[in-house]
Design a protein around this ligand. Structure first.
Ligand code: ADP
Length: 486
């Protein structure tokens, strides 16, 4: 059976428990990046439809807050189970709209589900505090309350996990939410909403709207009913949204671009470092915000690392993600291909050496061979910008202080990775890197139980872990005076 006949396949927005088209009938096409085929049409929702959605979602949120934490937890668990039950079909749908290999799509569905499970459990552990208070007659009670209506704007590179990471804590905290997925990959989001409906999550608590980013973003930031905005995407858009959300002082979380350094010290286990570099660099064809962007290798092991890294890179299979054995799918669109091409050409014009791969030509479509460049310098574009493609630039370094200065010499601060077997260096370097997340001897760091997020221009706030729930609650302090104690 085709995944487009699955009971959760939807081409309409989910608003207040109903599946709806745009009131003006406008729609946008969804294409499969591997074939260029049009696979669906989704509404291009006009601003007025979203304004109406905000009103019903806020109302639904008030009722949802009144349900017990146990009830919210139970419904989230049911949703979690349904997502896992449909993992293979959801994975196929994701590969069709996003391009990543089926194995990665299946892993993302499991990862997305893990956030629902995690926050179903955290829903039961929302905690306040009681303090004695500064004076004999006063007691301080501190409670946590749901922040109110939330909005989430999500990107195309993780069409399921970026949603559940925001929806699950919002719902667990007792908030309703409106999600606007990327227009490139709305089908996974709508499928998740269909399963949430099946799980019994009440109408209006979770809403998914599709449409133009700037149009819908404006409505979400201009409404004083929306109390929280959680965004994952580019630093440029995040910065615009943060400025817009200042109007009503909405609470914002931003998970933005990265430029992760991946450092291989002289005492590293080279085999593990090569494995980690391959995983971190080429997962999702290099289209992840935490993927290794700059690989620094100590000069004493440079040649050995390079030889093994090149061998492993050349074995990667590029192709349609639906085909068994594919490890690298297409890039998301032409713009993405052009950006990687420009970074390669810039580096080559400044003296870099091409080891394998190379710029894609127009006839290659959206396929991009994994590419390695050496003899890299700090003034090259891919040392300064996020790449978001399968390009691995290798920099040589001599001492720790020098490589840490270079690693930190970017406006970004999301993730960093390094390989060493020395415990002193492990602590020192982990503390000196200006990032929100550090992988030591591993290239894969994400987990529902860990706080995900960045510093500097990479964002504000953390997602996942017990800290992830704080973003959807407000602290309230209640001061209690006791009679006869003054
Ligand atoms: P990318 O370059 O990865 O597509 P974007 O930041 O442009 O990153 O997109 C991430 C999400 O932000 C998408 O859902 C997109 O539709 C949305 N978006 C883009 N521009 C705006 C905007 N001006 N206001 C609100 N949302 C936007």
């Amino acid at each position: 059976m085709s995944v487009f006949n699955a009971h959760f396949f939807r081409q309409q927005c989910y608003i207040n428990g109903c599946w709806v088209d745009a009131s003006d009938q406008q729609s946008a096409q969804v294409t499969d990046p591997a074939t260029g085929d049009i696979i669906a049409q989704v509404p291009l929702l006009p601003a007025t439809d979203l304004e109406a959605c905000i009103v019903t979602a806020e109302k639904a949120g008030r009722k949802w807050t009144e349900q017990s934490a146990e009830q919210r937890s139970r419904l989230l668990k049911k949703w979690y189970q349904l997502v896992l039950e449909h993992q293979p079909e959801l994975a196929e749908l994701m590969t069709r709209e996003q391009g990543k290999p089926l194995t990665e799509s299946a892993a993302e569905i499991a990862y997305a589900a893990s956030y629902i499970e995690w926050f179903a459990e955290e829903a039961l552990r929302v905690q306040g505090d009681i303090q004695n208070g500064p004076s004999a007659d006063k007691r301080s009670l501190i409670i946590r309350q749901p922040i109110g209506l939330c909005a989430a704007i999500t990107p195309w590179n993780f069409p399921a996990a970026m949603l559940t990471r925001k929806i699950a804590p919002a719902l667990a905290a007792g908030c309703s939410i409106i999600v606007k997925p990327a227009l490139e990959t709305p089908l996974s989001a709508l499928a998740l909403a269909a399963l949430a409906e099946q799980a019994g999550i009440p109408a209006g608590v979770l809403n998914v709207v599709t449409g133009d980013g700037p149009t819908l973003g404006r409505v979400l930031t201009q409404s004083n009913r929306v109390r929280k905005l959680s965004f994952t995407g580019s630093t440029q858009t995040g910065s615009l949204l943060m400025a817009a959300s200042a109007q009503h002082v909405q609470k914002v979380s931003l998970e933005l671009g990265g430029n992760a350094p991946f450092i291989v010290f002289a005492d590293a286990d080279i085999e593990r470092a090569v494995k980690g570099a391959i995983e971190s660099k080429f997962r999702n064809a290099g289209q992840t915000c935490v993927c290794a962007n700059r690989i620094y290798v100590h000069h004493s092991i440079h040649d050995e690392f390079m030889q093994r890294f090149k061998e492993a890179t050349q074995q990667l299979v590029v192709g349609n993600g639906l085909k068994t054995g594919t490890q690298i799918g297409p890039l998301i669109n032409r713009e993405a291909v052009n950006k990687v091409n420009q970074q390669i050409e810039d580096a080559l014009s400044k003296g870099a050496k091409l080891i394998c791969g190379g710029p894609a030509v127009e006839a290659d479509g959206l396929w991009f061979q994994p590419t390695i460049l050496t003899d890299m310098q700090a003034d090259m574009r891919c040392a300064q910008e996020e790449t978001f493609g399968p390009l691995a630039p290798i920099f040589k370094f001599t001492d720790d202080a020098e490589v840490i200065t270079q690693a930190n010499a970017t406006p970004f601060g999301l993730a960093a990775y390094f390989y060493t077997q020395n415990i002193d260096r492990m602590w020192r370097v982990a503390e000196q890197l200006e990032v929100g997340m550090v992988g030591v001897n591993t290239g894969i760091i994400s987990s529902a139980s860990a706080p995900f997020g960045g510093v500097k221009s990479s964002g504000i706030g953390r997602e996942g872990s017990r800290f992830g729930l704080d973003e959807y609650t407000e602290l309230k302090y209640i001061c209690l005076e006791l009679e006869g104690k003054a």
